[in-house]
Design a protein around this ligand. Sequence first.
Ligand SMILES: [Zn+2]
Length: 251
Amino acid sequence: MGNRNHVFDALVLRRWSIGEAHRGVGFLTKERGPLSAIAHGAAKSTGRLKLLTTPVRRVVLKAYHDPVADSWKVVDLEPLELYGGLAEDLDRSATASVWSEVLGKTQVPGQECEVYDLFAEGLGLLEGLAAADVARLNVQVLWRALELSGLAPDFSACAECGRSLAGQPVVLLPPEGEPVCLTCARGRGVALSSRAVDTLLSTAVLGLEEGLHAPVDPLDLASLSVEALAAWERIIGGPLKSALVFQGVVH
Ligand SMILES: [Zn+2]
């Protein structure tokens, strides 16, 4: 018989009520992706259990797995990061909501989460950022997550004619998002400037916080943001609900 008690590094992404006293909690664990567990008494708790089952937190999750029902129970939670600054600002909380939705809809149960460290670090930076830097961080995190997941477009050559895209504007052609040159795009889609692509590629090798300080043209930032969200929506196969709010906020 396997061990029924497990310890995870986890982000608290969602919660819901179960009866009057309990809460269901949607965790994203680093070790095995999304995991839903019941936190007994969490709704009536006024202390740590309530605090640590409120999104978004990073916790050490001790959980018990019932092999018969294949269900999980929260045994204990310890705080790693409370990310308290996220709730202090609308841009921050909206961005955190987009990330949570992306994570909640793309990570596979039972599989190690390859983008876990990126988002955990991103949330830590996000909670202290000025409004002007939130959009930069969002672009950095969403594009890096595409790259880590093996889902980033290949900006080296046009997917249709094969010509080099170096120094050229690139169109991520709907609906598949294939990177093509302006000639092949024939007016379809919206072009990312060559400068925008350069910014993306040159900051990708930097640490996340360092990448945040690289200069970005505001127009490039806007188009990189739109295209990153579009790329994730293609992967999810539908609109990001929280991104609708987000786009209304950041202008
Ligand atoms: Zn082409």
